[in-house]
Design a protein. Structure first.
Length: 312
């Protein structure tokens, strides 16, 4: 077993075909096929289904460990660079879209200013998409909606934010300066789908008080929900960061919900891997940006040091 075989298998897993894997590795398809065939003979198991280009169960098990091997190899170079006074390497960070709006620009600016040889890759996606990527090593860390429960993950609370209603100015809710859950259930709402953390918390709170949220539409994507509300389609239940106060216009209004618990956003990392120096430095920058920039965002409340470092 050698590194070329491992990298070939990981490339097939990522690109779902031998030809695409070869392009990503800047080689020819026959080389990828040869490396994987040799690895299969050595392990005495079929790792890739040739008819579909997808991994077998055995292949998935090998790739899970292969990714950790690749990460450790990358970490060797990064750690040695840091020992001679230079933070260099690639760090992959996932961010949910509403947080990315105010968080990503200062992160990129600080990284460019302080660590010019650090390469940041930012992935903007939903919590349900980001969490598996942290688990399998495709991301070094991600800011996601909490709670997240997985034995492979460490979770660190970063901040909480208000839940708000964004309503067109012509909507009855727009006449209010704030709204309670009892008032909210009187109106059909634009909501995330059931099974998402943000929606489930609202449903649980409503059910505990004998209420049920009315649904106008369910949309899997907070930014799209906000856009629909901005354009007058209806009133949407959103986190505060999805509707910045400075963007409020004459066509829509942001109304705080006074008796729903705040949304929690945290940093998740893989507890089974040891982060290299660049990843450790990026985590430090994330904490500093949440504390400094997050505190300036209306409706967002960075966690204090004691609470933030407590295990979840």
């Amino acid at each position: 077993m050698d590194l070329r075989q491992i990298r070939a298998l990981v490339a097939v897993a990522d690109h779902q075909s031998f030809s695409a894997a070869a392009r990503s590795l800047h080689t020819v398809q026959s080389n990828v096929s040869t490396h994987i065939a040799r690895l299969e003979r050595e392990l005495r198991a079929r790792l890739v289904d040739r008819s579909t280009g997808k991994l077998t169960h055995e292949g998935e098990a090998v790739v899970a460990r292969a990714r950790r091997i690749e990460d450790e190899l990358d970490a060797i170079t990064a750690d040695i660079s840091s020992m001679v006074g230079e933070i260099a390497g690639t760090v992959r960070v996932g961010v949910i879209g509403t947080t990315a709006r105010w968080f990503v620009p200062p992160l990129l600016e600080r990284a460019e200013r302080d660590y010019p040889k650090l390469r940041l890759i930012i992935v903007d996606a939903t919590t349900t998409s980001l969490v598996p990527q942290v688990i399998d090593g495709r991301l070094d860390a991600a800011l996601v909606n909490l709670p997240v429960s997985n034995p492979d993950l460490s979770t660190e609370l970063m901040f909480e934010e208000d839940r708000v209603i964004v309503a067109p100015v012509t909507h009855p809710i727009a006449a209010l300066e704030s709204i309670t859950l009892a008032q909210l259930v009187e109106h059909p709402l634009l909501l995330p789908p059931r099974g998402t953390n943000f929606r489930d918390v609202a449903d649980t709170e409503a059910a505990a008080r004998g209420f049920e949220l009315q649904i106008r539409a369910e949309v899997d994507g907070v930014r799209l929900l906000a856009s629909l509300a901005f354009q007058g389609f209806g009133a949407a239940l959103l986190p505060a960061s999805a509707a910045p106060m400075h963007l409020q216009s004459s066509t829509w209004k942001r109304i705080p919900v006074t008796d729903l618990p705040r949304r929690s956003v945290g940093l998740v990392t893989n507890r089974r891997s040891s982060p290299a120096a660049p990843a450790r430095e990026v985590r430090r920058m994330i904490r500093e940006i949440v504390d400094s920039v997050g505190a300036t965002q209306p409706g967002i409340y960075p966690h204090d040091d004691i609470g933030r470092t407590a295990p979840l």
